[in-house]
Design a protein around this ligand. Structure first.
Ligand code: PEP
Length: 281
């Protein structure tokens, strides 16, 4: 996936009618964790009403505590895929934690008539889970969103992406989602979106930003603008190709990361803000 002198290979790929490249931008607004069918439907309806064809939906959740909600797993896939078909969602970014999850996704897609595409997400806790990377790299069906590891160097995370490509799957998007720091930062993670152009210079991968997991809150600045909006705009102006962002119809009842989820009513405003930032890029 590295960019070498004289490398004329194009960046990006097509999947389920959507082109992912270093030259365009897609927004994956959605639920950090699927909780109820009603919330999935409200989210997807809002996306359709706002002209969106991509979303994020968490079925398998990597939680810090074993006592925290772990996601509905395979149980929610049938209604997630069915509703995606109903609302014209072309691609769902969905984290997997184990290679067996790919089979569960395949099975649910087949049973629901393949109404949508799935982009497998490998989260920051699994960036260096090499056996998972190899297994995901061996399959050609699903593209992959690989998040940067939150406590390793950029070079190490880029090598993790090569694990996918070296096994044959080069349909990879690289995700920046903030870094852990011991500096007592006001954000949940130290925002690393200044590295968007660096990753695009070093590799052929489209670059995703995840402002929700970087900022970690719905905090609003003195200008009345949520910090997630401003941090997103920074990443988009830096050339990001994909924005993964948490929304929820009722953040107070969200089972995972409610404090950082934007409210559904804010979706049109968020999309307009991203459009303006992209124009400024
Ligand atoms: C997520 O996107 O739901 C997630 C857990 O992200 P990260 O791996 O960046 O923490």
């Amino acid at each position: 996936l590295g960019r070498h002198a004289g490398d004329a290979r194009p960046s990006g790929f097509d999947y389920h009618g959507v082109h992912f490249g270093q030259d365009n931008l897609h927004i994956f607004a959605g639920l950090c964790a699927v909780d109820t069918r009603e919330h999935v439907e409200a989210m997807m309806r809002a996306l359709k009403d706002n002209g969106q064809v991509c979303t994020r939906m968490g079925a398998y959740k990597p939680r810090t505590s074993p006592y925290a909600f772990q996601g509905h797993g395979a149980a929610c896939l049938p209604y997630v895929f069915e509703l995606a078909g109903k609302y014209g969602i072309q691609v769902i970014a969905m984290e997997i934690l184990h290679e067996a999850h790919m089979d569960e996704i395949r099975k649910a897609l087949a049973e629901t008539g393949h109404p949508t595409g799935v982009m497998l997400q490998i989260g920051t806790r699994n960036t260096q889970n090499f056996e998972l990377l190899k297994a995901v790299g061996r399959q050609r069906e699903f593209p992959v969103l690989l998040k940067r590891g939150f406590g390793i160097t950029l070079e190490e995370s880029l090598n993790a992406a090569e694990y996918l490509a070296s096994e044959g799957n080069d349909r990879v998007i690289f995700g920046l989602r903030g870094m852990k720091s011991n500096l007592g930062d006001p954000h949940r993670n130290f925002v690393d979106f200044a590295q968007v152009p660096v990753v695009k210079r070093l590799t052929r991968m489209p670059v995703c930003i995840d402002p929700s997991h970087s900022v970690g809150s719905r905090e609003v600045g003195p200008d009345g603008i949520p910090e997630v909006f401003q941090v997103t705009a920074q990443g988009v102006i830096a050339g990001a190709n994909m924005v993964l962002v948490d929304f929820h119809p009722d953040p107070a009842t969200a089972l995972v990361d409610g404090p950082q989820a934007l409210r559904l009513e804010e979706l049109p405003w968020f999309l307009e803000d991203v459009r303006l930032a992209r124009e400024a890029y």
